[in-house]
Design a protein around this ligand. Structure first.
Ligand code: FES
Length: 154
């Protein structure tokens, strides 16, 4: 009995960025959600060439050297959709570079914050926490390994 209004939330996320799949699955729907939104037309297909997925991230692949990551800042690796930061000298962190607000790729790192160009959300480089909305969830941390001066995806 009753309608399942929760399914309406899925419409918002139909942008096509693979990172959004994480958010969608968290809702625990049960059916394949992305294609069944009633009433929506298919007008929003992104036509950028972002689908160059031949270099899928995999464990152990080299990402950067420590010299690539400024202290108190960070570097965005667009292909891997990862931002690597160095909050303090010798301490390296990595986060998803997909903004938790609407799925834009974050665009820059400045003043100790990772900045999304779409609506201005900012995230702390040390823990990915939101320091400025509209995003309300932190950037998920990614596992990396630092071996000597080599940074690799764990
Ligand atoms: Fe990043 Fe809106 S998508 S602030």
């Amino acid at each position: 009995m009753g309608e399942d209004l929760r399914s309406r939330r899925v419409v918002i996320a139909g942008v096509g960025a693979s990172g959004l799949a994480l958010a969608i699955t968290a809702c625990g729907g049960g059916t394949d959600t992305a294609t069944s939104a009633g009433g929506a037309t298919e007008s929003s297909a992104p036509q950028s060439s972002a689908a160059k997925s031949s270099a899928a991230p995999q464990g152990g692949s080299a990402l950067a050297t420590t010299a690539d990551i400024p202290v108190g800042g960070g570097t965005i690796f667009k292909d891997q959709k990862i931002v690597v930061t160095q909050p303090t000298s010798g301490e390296f962190k990595a986060f998803s570079a997909v903004c938790t607000h609407s799925g834009c790729a974050v665009g820059s790192v400045a003043d100790g914050q990772i900045v999304c160009p779409c609506h201005g959300s900012k995230f702390n480089i040390a823990d990915g926490a939101v320091t400025n909305g509209p995003a309300d969830k932190p950037l998920p941390e990614q596992q990396i390994k630092v071996d000597g001066d080599q940074i690799t995806l764990a």
